[in-house]
Design a protein around this ligand. Structure first.
Ligand SMILES: C[S@@+](CC[C@H](N)C(=O)[O-])C[C@H]1O[C@@H](n2cnc3c(N)ncnc32)[C@H](O)[C@@H]1O
Length: 335
């Protein structure tokens, strides 16, 4: 006789959001930043964070079970190395804004069935692309901290040696432009993005000390031609918002503005050619469905065909592992 099936995986899946909510709440309350000042009992953490002592104790116990804090023999809590490295404000690896961005969007996931029923988004994407100042700031700073931390690996596989003019289409916070200018002597970059986003990108680029090499220009790829001539282009994390016709239009516009022999890097979360994995990409495709009217993930095979139709030869494919999950395609504009 077969052993009875254990429903534990279902219970785990149904409650998996508890862990996300616990992490987001702790970041919102800056608990890891408060703990960086030194180990403390929950009552003292509550004092530092101006929170309820009993609920704070319960939250810290949950964080300990998630291995984000640890409790010593005297009942004092301290950050684990993971939390200390990535969740303390002011540290170079700080990922707090990326966590907060996920906190912003997780109520939308609760309406996923409605999204699938109607095929439409529940919240206008424009809210975090300029219309709502605080959501836009969380989104842009979330992208910035992600790119500065884990996203550095993307910049490391991009070789722009000898190139002088980069168009960073949908460049968001401008972090990749800044990193690429820092690693490439003689390179100037132009971040092209929606007005509310480039306003924040200008601040970030100035903070990084590269304002003289990275220009930020308001641009809408649904309406505008690229404003200059370039010998390199980056389209990173943009095409997962768009349906195939739009992807082709964007690649066509990039081809128009690139010199023959110009290099294009396309970097994004991409599905396997059978569209059944990897798991992160299938979930990310749903995330984009919740967030953008045409959100989806594409495959390398589709991208190769679109690049070819736009006048590019695909020369390289690099798959980056977790936590990046990006595939980076390198292509050259045919002469
Ligand atoms: C996920 S972000 C990627 C940002 C950055 N390239 C990166 O990889 O970190 C997608 C970007 O596309 C931009 N975007 C969305 N619609 C756009 C449009 N119509 N024209 C220009 N940029 C747009 C968004 O503002 C956002 O900055």
């Amino acid at each position: 006789m077969n052993a009875p099936l254990n429903p534990a995986p279902l219970i785990e899946l149904a409650t998996a959001y508890w862990g996300s909510a616990t992490l987001v709440a702790a970041v919102r309350l800056k608990l890891f930043t408060h703990l960086a000042a030194g180990p403390a009992p929950s009552s003292m953490v509550a004092e530092r964070a101006s929170t309820d002592p009993v609920a704070t104790d319960a939250l810290l116990a949950a964080l300990a079970s998630l291995r984000l804090v640890q409790k010593d023999g005297e009942g004092r809590f301290a950050n684990t190395p993971l939390a200390d490295t990535f969740l303390v404000e002011g540290r170079p690896g700080y990922l707090g804004p990326a966590m907060l961005y996920n906190g912003d969007i997780y109520p939308l996931w609760g309406e996923l069935d409605g999204v699938v029923r109607s095929g439409d988004v529940r919240r206008a994407p424009d809210q975090y692309l300029g219309d709502d100042a605080e959501r836009t700031r969380n989104f842009v700073h979330g992208m910035h901290h992600r790119a500065l931390g884990v996203g550095r690996a993307v910049a490391q596989v991009i070789d722009l040696t000898g190139r002088t003019r980069l168009a960073d289409v949908g460049g968001g916070p401008g972090t990749y432009s800044a990193l690429l200018c820092q690693q490439t002597p003689g390179l100037q970059a132009e971040v092209l993005d929606l007005p509310g986003v480039v306003a924040i990108a200008r601040e970030i680029v100035a903070d990084l000390g590269v304002a003289d090499r990275v220009k930020c220009t308001a641009f809408d790829y649904y309406r505008d031609a690229l404003p200059g001539r370039y010998d390199a282009a980056l389209v990173s994390g943009v095409l997962h918002r768009e349906q195939p016709a739009q992807v082709q239009a964007i690649l066509g516009a990039v081809a128009e503005a690139l010199e023959p022999g110009g290099v294009l890097y396309l970097s994004d979360v991409m599905l396997d050619d059978d569209r059944a994995g990897p798991t992160f990409a299938t979930m990310f495709a749903l995330n984009m469905r919740v967030l953008a009217h045409d959100g989806r993930c594409h495959t390398v095979a589709e991208s190769r065909a679109w690049l070819d139709a736009a006048g590019f030869d695909l020369t390289d494919v690099t798959r980056l592992p977790a936590p990046i999950h990006y595939t980076v395609l390198r292509a050259e504009r045919r002469r």
